[in-house]
Design a protein around this ligand. Structure first.
Ligand code: ZN
Length: 437
């Protein structure tokens, strides 16, 4: 999709910038509440002016309740000689997220039910959470577990689990119309890169680019803790939901796998057509998945009570790569180049949403004489043959019933070529816009 060298260089630079931002965010111990989450939101705020909302513990969001706030200072498993065998300071994945405070001495047998490993990847630390069931646990490599001798251990989780707040970030960029595009990402994972610092970095970059334009749609960016964050936002914003015309959840956009689009629950919303069109014109492979009620916060946006047109645009989806939710999803697993390519795809989808319109051909009795109007041989940046063919398609299909995206799909031409052809025809008075279908 990247047609010019300038754009290519631009997204490459953006890919490196996004990777650098992820590197800054990586060490922070995030969860669905707490100081790590707040610090992350403040770092996003340094780049784009999000508003940080704080929702008090005990607030309800439909069938859910905002839990106690979790904070952690330290955690370890120590042997009799005072050596830390498992140490939160070396990786925040070592502590199961939302572990309640613990200080105890116990045998390996007593400790074992609280230890989580991945025997199939003996050097990786798994990522585990216990948000809604009070518990505690440690995650460690299977190799370390197998090296632990019998004996007594000192166990410490220096955490607090107390009434506080859930935090989330929101930014509304006003466009020409009040109709909105929702861009949502989760911000609750600790030191994990692809899922989902990559989404945070890409959403921040998109927001920063859209800020310097006046788009047709208004763009609402949400940086939320997964599930409880989106539910809380939905519960507090029911009045604005009718304005959401298109939406995407951003996740897993830095791995080397091909782009994947998961359709909204509606399946044929404009966002579904736009994403499928853009992915269909990529040089690399791609996947289109039907909707399923599993995944990221599209689960909430697409629940039947809302049924918002929100799809999920990722590279390799959650759970489909072995590094997912393990210490191997680190900064070396995500590539600046993949981040840049993902950004280019997002920008192309936005270009389709922004540029899609319905027109009527004002000279529909046969083909209008394009040569007489100077519309041959070339228009804009696409080559002459493509631009000529694109004009013929737009003229032929513009009967007030088909939008430009349908014209692009039917012709097999990229949307950009169709949009440029429509612009040239508009300039020569051959088309008029039809308000809506
Ligand atoms: Zn995840």
């Amino acid at each position: 999709m990247i047609s010019s060298t300038t754009e290519d260089l631009d997204v490459r630079r953006a890919g490196r910038d996004m990777h650098a931002f992820m590197t800054e965010l990586f060490p922070i111990c995030r969860s669905i509440s707490g100081e790590g989450l707040r610090r992350t939101l403040r770092m996003i705020e340094e780049r784009v002016p999000i508003e940080i909302h704080e929702v008090v513990t005990g607030s309800t969001a439909f069938d859910w309740t905002v839990p106690n706030e979790w904070n952690i200072r330290d955690a370890y498993i120590m042997d009799g000689t005072g050596r830390r065998l498992v140490d939160f300071r070396s990786s925040n994945l070592h502590v199961m997220s939302y572990s309640r405070p613990v200080r105890a001495r116990m045998t390996l047998g007593e400790l074992r039910p609280h230890l989580h490993t991945l025997p199939e990847h003996p050097d990786w630390i798994p990522y585990r959470t216990t948000y809604y069931r009070e518990d505690w646990g440690f995650c460690l490599s299977d190799r370390v577990l197998r090296s632990l001798p019998d004996g007594e251990y000192e166990v410490c989780v220096d955490s607090t689990l107390e009434p506080g707040h859930l935090s989330y970030g929101e930014l509304l960029l006003p466009g020409e119309t009040a109709e909105e595009v929702l861009i949502s990402c989760h911000v609750c994972h600790p030191s994990l890169a692809n899922d989902n610092l990559s989404g945070i970095a890409l959403a921040t970059e998109l927001a920063s680019r859209l800020r310097s334009t006046v788009p047709r749609f208004s763009y609402r960016f949400l940086f939320l803790p997964g599930t409880i964050g989106s539910l809380t936002w939905l519960a507090r914003n029911e009045a604005v939901l009718g304005r959401i015309s298109h939406g995407l959840t951003v996740a897993c956009v830095g791995d080397p796998g091909p782009m994947t689009y998961k359709r909204s629950r509606r399946g044929d919303a404009d966002i579904d057509r736009a994403a499928a069109h853009v992915l269909g014109h990529l040089d690399e492979g791609h996947r289109i998945l039907e909707f399923s009620p599993y995944g990221y916060d599209e689960r909430q946006y697409c629940s039947p009570g809302f049924n918002l047109p929100v799809g999920s645009l990722t590279r390799t989806p959650h759970g489909r790569y072995p590094e997912y939710h393990t210490s191997a999803d680190d900064l070396s697993f995500v590539r600046a180049e993949a981040l840049g390519d993902s950004l280019a795809v997002y920008l192309s989808v936005i270009d389709v949403l922004e540029g899609n319109r319905v027109y009527r051909n004002l000279s529909p009795m046969g083909e209008p004489n394009l040569g007489r109007r100077g519309l041959y041989p070339s228009v804009g940046g696409t080559d002459a043959a493509t631009s000529q063919l694109a004009m013929l398609w737009v003229l032929n299909q513009s009967d007030g019933l088909h939008d430009l995206l349908e014209v692009a799909d039917r012709s097999g031409l990229p949307f950009r070529a169709i949009r440029e052809a429509a612009d040239a025809l508009l300039e020569h008075g051959l088309l008029e816009e039809v308000a809506s279908r």
